[in-house]
Design a protein around this ligand. Sequence first.
Ligand SMILES: Cc1ncc(COP(=O)(O)O)c(C=O)c1O
Length: 466
Amino acid sequence: MIASHIAGAIHADAAGPHPRWLDVPEDVNALLPGLWSRRVAKDDQGVLTVAGRTVTEIAEEMGTPAYLLDEDDLRSRARAFRTAFDGWDVYYAGKSFLCTAVARWVAEEGLGVDVCSGGELAVALRAGVDPGRIGLHGNNKSIAELRTAIEAGVGRIIVDSFDEIGRLASLAEQLDRTPRVMVRVTTGVEAHTHEYIATAHEDQKFGFSIAGGAALRALRECHDQPRLELIGIHSHIGSQIFEPDGFEVAARRTLRLRAEAAKIIGVELPELDLGGGFGIAYTSEDAPATPDQLAGALTKIIESECEALGATVPHLSIEPGRAISGPSTLALYRVGTVKPVELDGGHTRLYVSVDGGMSDNIRTALYGADYSATLASRRSGADPVLARVVGVHCEGGDILVRDEFLPADIAPGDLLAVPAVGAYCRSMASNYNHVPRPPVIGVRDGRLTTLVRRETIEDLLRLDVG
Ligand SMILES: Cc1ncc(COP(=O)(O)O)c(C=O)c1O
């Protein structure tokens, strides 16, 4: 697909087959606004800087590949949700990225932490997060995970199956505790990027179906368990959502369920969680809403639905992950090989291989996600050419950035940066091909702090006990 281009047909043709949303840049060195963390800029030499440090210095000191996390940026996004959603509880979704420092920072900014495994729970507890401000998710939590959560006193366990309700009730009995629970429901809404579908999508592993009646039965069952304190309903409808329509349908359905449950159990459940999924910008195509806009839209939806139902407004919460951690972090890579590949129609695509790959960012291969990139170690005077950034793995699908314009003179030894990799990249990283996982380096006021150290071949060999 050839996009029409502001610089005219000849320029557009030379640019090769790029997607419609990708414009040929006027200046291939310029940073696209909105994609980078707040403390990222380029200096006079065209070198990328993060919170006052050049990436050339950082690469020298810390090596590549590396995730560079702008602490001020992550904190300010957490704070923006906290402030915009005044009166709500905001839980940071740790699955997007969790380490003890990040858990501590979001707690310091007034957020709770949402975890979905014993491992994530251990990190949040080790960080000193108040257990009462931790929520535990999961469709198949083990007895050990449930036990740890109850013993630690986590503030809410989001139950996901009838099996789990039984397990949790008997554990609570054994431990002589009364955990607070929410029931995760399937609203029939599934939202991704600019679309949502509000009729199907019951066919998945999470939650109790509202339409099928399981949600109401689960609420009654939790209510009837003397060892469980049922506090509310939980709904999460998807990821990378830009429009409020999906939330509107989900809120309407969950509030109707709450009203129906009130008739049966005799009380209006005090809490409602609308989950996460707020979109961020990965490319020039994405235009995310601000936390203020989201808070305004969601509050309006809830208030008007409650008014229509004659119900009280519940205590509300959300669980943003990507919108807090995603934009805070860039991936810094060293270019290794550069290979022009001839395409049909006389076009060329420049394959730029870097020293990371699908093991540090699986999202492109897994979800067909789009990313952007910039030459980070110098200014180039060369023309932009259509490029694809690929990794080191033995896999044709080992693509990091499918389509980007990079300077034609990009060469081995250059540094390349990919923005918005703070969510679902390190947290989904693997050791495919026995490649050690990169470190997460915090950058603040010119100071570098290793938050998660680089894995080594020795770490990997130690696991292999023969
Ligand atoms: C239950 C729940 N809450 C919150 C989130 C966070 O979503 P996001 O990072 O897109 O905000 C997820 C992500 O899958 C989720 O499953």
